[in-house]
Ligand binder design. Sequence first.
Ligand SMILES: Cc1cc2nc3c(=O)[nH]c(=O)nc-3n(C[C@H](O)[C@H](O)[C@H](O)COP(=O)(O)OP(=O)(O)OC[C@H]3O[C@@H](n4cnc5c(N)ncnc54)[C@H](O)[C@@H]3O)c2cc1C
Length: 439
Amino acid sequence: MAGKTLARDHQFQNIPNTPYWWQSRETVRPEDAASVDGSYDVAVIGSGYTGLSAAYRLASGGLSVLVIDAEDLGFGASTRNGGMVSGTLKLSHKELCAAYDRDTANALFQEAQDSVLFLERSIAEKGIACDYQRMGMYFAAYAPKHYDALAHEAEELAALGVETQMVPQGAQRGELASDIYYGGRTTVMAGGLHPAKYHAGLVAACRAAGVEFRSRCRVQRTARQGGGYVLSTDRGSVRADQVIVATNAYTDPGMPWFRRRVIPIGSYIIATEQMDPMDLRALIPAARMIQDTKRNLFYYRLSPDGTRMIFGGRTSFRPISSDESAARLHAAMSTVFPSLGKARVEHSWTGNVAFTFQKLPHVGQHEGIHFALGCCGQGVALMSYFGDCIGGRILGRGAETAFARTRFTTMPGYAGHPWFLPVVGEFYRLLDWLERPKS
Ligand SMILES: Cc1cc2nc3c(=O)[nH]c(=O)nc-3n(C[C@H](O)[C@H](O)[C@H](O)COP(=O)(O)OP(=O)(O)OC[C@H]3O[C@@H](n4cnc5c(N)ncnc54)[C@H](O)[C@@H]3O)c2cc1C
């Protein structure tokens, strides 16, 4: 409600609702608008990191590949995200051990960590200029008990060989010039990139490897025919021996089995106007990626050129306008950094994150169709890695990922419309409020 009022009477009206990153977006090519026909070894539905990584691996392995996207290439989360690269999962190692046997838990944990190394190798091998830097991440404790939990987890992580460092509240200003947190923890194996430049680099690498694209072309139906599949689109039909579904939180009703297993949750981001980089750097001295430990968390960072604050969070579990989310995020940013209270917002956008009922992604096959879905908001490195895994599986090379062993179930009555989110969101907000010490 406060956000709505602010949006009405303040500076937040008519802010561009496109991602700040789209200034460096892949340009539309006329050939991507061609009709859809013919026959390919593999058809990929979705042109985000998952689809592109799979397509690149397959085309480099000598297969003919067509990538189809319902919108412009990279319309989904892959050009809307925060650009934070980390090898973490929604579930901690302890929670993984509670849900799976220890070998599986260890394998899931380790693969997630290694996905960062995969991403770094991939960027280097393809020569993608996407401002990637491994500067680490800082988890800011929102409550004293969150700091204790971070410290406890740090011991578990050390036993698993993961380098972290606890930062007590008194020393926090070396990481974050904010007084609202109770200390935090750094992790080294993390970094930041420019999401749209990374995406454009993947598209370029795919084109160079011979991948064909069709954009603004929705796949309406996929049916088995002979030994392969026929994909019907609004611009014709195409045959493929293998199909990959890489639609994540944008999975539409035409793919009901997949849609029933994915919970799309809106995440909102703002980018401020350009400011003095020295002033901004003083707020995040090590220029790390920042996440707080709330359930309804905030995540923020400096833009790769250091001139803007990029600030995101789940400010609403109901769809809201970009003006309203701008107002809410600006208010939150000003609480974290009071000195940004007068900073103008120049971009305010949203995108869908794909959660699963198990809070873990899954890589698998359904009726022979390959898929990787459900990154739970941590897909820059992971989904890129999963795409490559699917490519490797189709080529018959490389080991199976442990994420083929995660459960991927749905809930009775759920068809892809998460009606329960506003209730869950309010419950989380209450828990966050209860855990925060009252002054
Ligand atoms: C606001 C936001 C912030 C995030 N921040 C981070 C972050 O900082 N770090 C991190 O690791 N992760 C982050 N994520 C998650 C990350 O962006 C995703 O995990 C990742 O981009 C998913 O890639 P993808 O290729 O699987 O899906 P997407 O990039 O979402 O691509 C799916 C594509 O499928 C297409 N599609 C859907 N249906 C059809 C159809 N029927 N026919 C043809 N095409 C179709 C869509 O148009 C879309 O382009 C964030 C996500 C959001 C939304």
